[in-house]
Design a protein around this ligand. Structure first.
Ligand code: 5GP
Ligand code: MN
Length: 323
């Protein structure tokens, strides 16, 4: 990693845009916030010259992340010309949603990520498939450059690492991950408080939607495949916003017989959005069949078919990786 290039690129920029991915999660929001704080604190930028953008809605549980209330919708900044755009936790360009045109029209495009399927779409790429989270990639950059990491940055990076390791439980949790988390605690991150925000602050209707989905879950192949189909009608019934389905696919994987779990959601009558999780099989392969991507045990894609047809095609592909 050419860390000096990170430094000189920021130093040479005048107006910077940081971009998070659609359906924002703790890693993309924590990374965006941490990078924003670092740029303001270390490079002499004013708030007016650094913007953050998001797509869709910021889940309630992540509103505690420092500065996140300053993040804007792409439409609010669409007339501004930036000279540096930085994407965080974004595996493929289409994951930028409405922010993609902003990225494309910027001269210098930096891609900071940790997905092994990342296509190095930036003019500058900091992509590390070995890192547990984009937050960890940033931690290493900040540390290598001895940048001043204050309490806000520590909170944001801790949230990113915590959520992408599933609370330090997934395979991507290494000794280095925990050492870095420990350093962030020394810098002021509060693990119990951050965990409470991330894991114990769900809206009631979200839990009720999950209960409804679990009751209607479908199991096949000796219960090795467990899945949930969610229609827009289901979402309306629970006044659910898009983020309410977060966590469902992990709940299904938690069942002892499950090898691969999926959640497939109706976007419109011809489009379905898929989340995949696995215990052993590589589900990034399944996602890539449909033009998506992700990690070995957590991946996703969009299938341009109605819900039921998409589900059948998806289950067919899952069977192939289960062998
Ligand atoms: P989630 O199921 O939480 O939305 O996503 C799981 C993982 O798959 C994340 O790492 C995410 O970046 C990746 N992913 C989800 N949807 C897509 C997609 O449509 N395209 C690509 N390339 N990756 C995706
Ligand atoms: Mn991530």
């Amino acid at each position: 990693m050419d860390y000096e290039l990170f430094k000189t690129t920021i130093q040479n920029a005048k107006k910077i845009l940081i971009i998070s991915h659609v359906n924002p999660d703790g890693d993309t929001l924590g990374s965006m916030s941490a990078l924003y704080g670092i740029i303001l604190n270390n490079f002499g930028f004013s708030q007016d010259d650094v913007d953050m953008v998001y797509n869709g809605i910021i889940p309630e549980i992540y509103k505690f992340i420092p500065f996140i209330e300053r993040a804007k919708k792409s439409a609010e900044v669409s007339t501004i010309q930036y000279d540096l755009a930085i994407s965080v936790d974004i595996a493929a360009k289409d994951r930028m949603g409405d922010s993609l045109p902003l990225f494309e029209k910027t001269n210098i495009r930096m891609n900071i990520d940790h997905h092994k399927t990342n296509t190095n779409f930036g003019t500058i790429n900091f992509v590390r498939g070995d890192a547990c989270s984009c937050g960890e990639v940033l931690f290493d950059i900040f540390k290598a450059l001895a940048l001043k990491t204050d309490k806000n940055t520590a909170w944001a990076l801790f949230a990113a690492i915590l959520t992408d390791t599933g609370g330090f439980r997934y395979e991507n949790t290494t000794a280095q991950t925990l050492q870095k988390a420990a350093e962030l605690i020394q810098l002021g991150a509060e693990p119990a408080t951050i965990s409470r925000y991330c894991y114990e602050s769900k809206p009631r209707n979200m839990v009720l939607l999950h209960a409804n989905c679990m009751i209607n879950a479908e199991f096949s192949d000796n219960n090795k495949i467990a899945g949930i189909c969610i229609t827009n009608k289901d979402m309306e019934k629970f006044h659910a916003t898009n983020d309410y389905t977060e966590g469902l696919v992990e709940e299904l994987r938690r069942i002892n017989t499950t090898e691969v779990s999926y959640v497939i959601k109706e976007v419109d009558e011809n489009t379905s959005k898929v989340s995949l999780r696995s215990k052993t099989a590589d589900v990034s392969v399944v996602a890539q069949v449909f033009g998506g991507g992700g990690h070995t045990f957590a991946a996703g894609c969009t299938i341009r078919k109605p819900l039921n047809i998409a589900k059948n095609k998806l289950v067919e592909e899952i069977r192939k990786v289960l062998g």
